[in-house]
Design a protein around this ligand. Sequence first.
Ligand code: SF4
Length: 331
Amino acid sequence: MKDILTDTFGRKHNYLRISLTERCNLRCTYCMPAEGIQLSPKEHIMTYEEIYTIAKKFVDLGVTKIRLTGGEPLVRKDVSQILEQLALLPVQLTLTTNGIMVDRFIDLFKKCKIKSLNVSLDSLKAEKNRKITRRSYFEKVYQNILLLIREGFTVKINCVLMKGFNDDEIIDFIKLTKEHPIQVRFIEFMPFDGNRWKMDQMVSLQDILQRVTTHFDQKNCIKQQDALNDTTKSYRIKGYQGTFAIISSVTNPFCDGCNRIRLTANGQIKNCLFSSKESDILTPLRQGHSITSIIEHAIQSKFKVRSGMDTIDKFKQTDAHNNRSMITIGG
Ligand code: SF4
C-alpha cells in the first residue's frame, strides 16, 4: 500500500496532534489575543465519535503517537470518553495541558496508559504567572506537577521565554531538574495571530545556552542524544536527575525530522504549525466521503521548512504568517 503519510521529502508523519477544544481556563498572552477569540460554533467542533473515526483512519495509515492538546484539553466536558476511546487504538497516547485540572484525572490517565504529559508553566513566581496567564493558578499547577511526578508520570515542562519577562528565570527552572526527573523545555517565542510577536522579544537557543554555560560552566552541560523526530535540543547538568531542552523553531528550525501532522478542533488538517493553508476533513467525513485522499493531499503538499518560510528573513515578515492564534492550533 502506498505510504500516504510520507511526504515528498521522505518524512513519515506518524505523530498526530489533535486539538480537542478552542476553550481554555487560562488567557496566556502569547497564545490568546487579549480580546479573546471568536469561538467556532459548537456544531463545527468535532464530536468525540468523529475524533475517534479520524484518529483511527490516521492510525490505520501508520500513526503511532497521538498528543491531545487544546486550548486546554481537560476543559472539554467529554474528554474522559475521548481518552477512553483513543486508548483503544494501538498508539502512544499523550497530552499537553496547563496542569490546573490534572489531579482529577490521575486514575483515568493510568487506565488509558498515558505515561507522559507536557505541562505549560512560564514562571516560577506566582505574580508573574498571574500576569502572563491572566489567571491565578500558579500554586495549583505547581502542586499538580509535583503530584504527577509522585504518581510516576514522565513530566515535561513547557516554558515560553520572552525577553525582559521570564528569561531571568532560566537558571531557576533548570535547578528544578536537580531533584526532579523532569525535562524543562524552553520554547522560542513564535508568531501567531494576535500575540503581537516581535523578533527582539524572542530568547534564542544561542542566548539560552550562553547564559546556562556561564552559570553552570560548559563542562557541566552535557549534550543529550536527541532522536531524529525530536523538536528539542536537550542537555543535562552534571549530577542532575532531569534535563533541560530548547525548542528553537525560529532560530534553528528542526523541520528535517518533522513527523507531525495537526488536526484542529473544528476538523481542519494543518500539515505544519506555520501553515496558513488547511484541509477540511470534517465536512467530507460528515457527508460520508472517504477522507484518505484529503490526508494524502495535506501530506504531499507540505513544504520542507516552516510552510515555505525557510529563511529567517522570510520568517520575520509577520504578515507572511497569516496563521491562527495558538489557542486554536494547540502547539
Ligand atoms: S515548522 Fe512545520 S515543518 Fe517544521 S518542524 Fe514545525 S511543523 Fe514541522
